[in-house]
Design a binder for this molecule. Structure first.
Ligand SMILES: C[S@@+](CC[C@H](N)C(=O)[O-])C[C@H]1O[C@@H](n2cnc3c(N)ncnc32)[C@H](O)[C@@H]1O
Length: 234
């Protein structure tokens, strides 16, 4: 979990949204960072994910709702903080989602984008980048949508047009617990190729890539790429 309280100390009690929340991974970070009296709401377009998130997070104080980031069911200017974490690259029209997050923010409200980036990483992080790139490819082959990890400058270019004020650009490492989860995923990488790319013309090449990543991770380990945290006010 990232610890963000010091970077959002200007935020007032109010509604905080986590768009593309999955199981609330980042919503819990927001819960910790938001002032007393706030509502933290995780939003995901996948109803089954939201159901499971609600079950897992019972009693945590985070609410979960089904919703599309491009059509948020909140009035203009009604939200204090709108966040999106490691989700922007999963969305084809990310500009539409960012515009919608800006619409629901109050003037002076805070937009927060948390997204891992691929450049200037150490060897163990390069292994995460390779693994994530293969996973993104497998997602596309099996009918999903996911871009490979962006470079830092590419993320900044996407966000520049929003013209936010008091922008803070942070580079934060994730906690080690995230690396252990990644190592478990590495072990399942060839099974993922079998499941998602069976019969695909590139199957053999994808399998070879998965084995090569597993070999590299055995040698140098795997560590999550550094997170770019972009915070600015509307
Ligand atoms: C990689 S996961 C999110 C990870 C999580 N936020 C974190 O920081 O670890 C991406 C999530 O975005 C959701 N998603 C994709 N497009 C969406 C959209 N347009 N609106 C809402 N959720 C969306 C997916 O269902 C998925 O659960």
């Amino acid at each position: 979990m990232l610890h963000l309280k010091e970077y959002v100390s200007h935020v007032k009690p109010g509604v905080a949204l986590d768009v593309g929340t999955r199981f609330g991974e980042f919503a819990f970070t927001l819960k910790e960072a938001m002032p007393e009296g706030s509502r933290v709401i995780g939003i995901d377009c996948d109803a089954e994910t939201v159901r499971q998130a609600g079950e897992k997070a019972a009693g945590s104080g985070v609410e979960f709702q089904v919703g599309d980031g491009a059509h948020l069911d909140f009035p203009d200017g009604s939200v204090e903080l709108a966040a999106i974490s490691n989700t922007l690259h999963h969305i084809e029209d990310y500009d539409a989602v960012l515009d919608e997050m800006m619409r629901v923010l109050r003037p002076g409200g805070t937009l927060l984008v948390n997204e891992m980036f691929s450049d200037h990483q150490n060897e163990a992080q390069e292994n995460h980048f390779a693994q994530h790139t293969l996973e993104a490819r497998l997602d596309r082959i099996s009918g999903g949508f996911q871009r490979p990890t962006w470079k830092k400058a590419e993320i900044l270019q996407i966000l520049e047009r929003l013209d936010l004020k008091e922008v803070q650009i942070l580079e934060l490492p994730e906690e080690e617990a995230m690396d252990r989860k990644l190592a478990e995923k590495t072990a399942r990488l060839t099974a993922a190729v079998e499941k998602k790319a069976a019969g695909h013309p590139d199957f053999d090449a994808l399998m070879a890539e998965a084995r090569e990543i597993q070999r590299r991770v055995e040698k140098t380990g795997i560590q999550r790429c550094t997170q770019l945290v972009y915070i600015g006010r509307k």
